[in-house]
Design a protein around this ligand. Sequence first.
Ligand code: S5P
Length: 354
Amino acid sequence: PTRNQPYENRSNLNDTNPLTAYLFRLMVIKRSNLCVSADVTTTNQLLELAEEVGDSIVLLKTHADIISDFAERTIRGLRDIAARKHFIVFEDRKFGDIGSTVQKQYVGGPLSIVRWAPIVNAHIFPGPAIITALKEAAEHALSGYNAAVSTEISADELEAHNYPHDSPIASASSSSSSDPHSANTGYPGAATSSSTASASTAAPARPTPNRVPSENVGESVSSAIERLGSPPLGRALLLLAQMSSEGNLLTGEYTQRCAQMARGHREFVMGFIAQESLNREPADNFITLTPGVSLVGKGDGLGQQYNGPDKVIKDAGSDVIIVGRGILIAEDRAEEAEKYRAAGWRAYEERVGL
Ligand code: S5P
């Protein structure tokens, strides 16, 4: 039903998760349906990659548990680059356990994922309690912030009141009003280059050229993003409904059960990791993210199977392409990301007839 509607329309449909609505709008402004999979193993590599591809993406997908030196610096660096280059962080944690355990994995441990990742994902093989448990944990973690935001306490005060050590959640939510650089997105017309602002992120200083999707005309991207504002404070979940790997068991009935579970939790479940759109019912407006995307490869010898952006976006009706090695191993990753962004966006425009 929503398959052939422009993202802009879908952002305004009733019952759309606020983060999904924001993401759809961001996609339209950046003309991007690209998520880069940041499968790198150190904080420096992660922040460097985020700097390089940030202008071309709407989502950065992380595997925090493969970052050997994951720490506050990682969280802060990601938060700063995401706020400056306007993308949302998605931790690919693939929760898959009983409710009580996933709550602890989401909130605690050395990664404290709920603090810094607006989006996470989960398998549904443990049953639907995994959804309610994660939702409850997110609400609990954010409850102090919601109260604070309604009275417009500054980011600093918020940090002092809630997370004495550091507060990525609070700062990410209010950074665009407090950060003088935030309007300068690194797009043409922005006075501050990304290299200036990156000094505070402790990222390796590799300034990236200001890039902008070449088709952008009219209102500048930066002012459109400024009007869009910061992402909403909430947290959202993606369910793994299908996988890209050869011989995986997420098929048929399992996939349909996953869609049913999502329909029961539209306020928290924003969509799916899947190989095709699963929106079937009139009220379905789930966002679909598809991994296993490459412009050249067919597989990796370890079970991964690749399709091109056209097949995924145009034929299968997915909304976002997730690209890892296709971009990571490129000589010029910024340039390669732009290539994927353009291909993904063209496939989307063709699908909806723009
Ligand atoms: O079905 C899936 C689901 C995911 S989230 N297949 C996947 O490949 N992924 C993830 O996408 C995987 O964990 C990896 O981080 C990324 C694909 O990386 P690439 O290098 O093969 O593009």
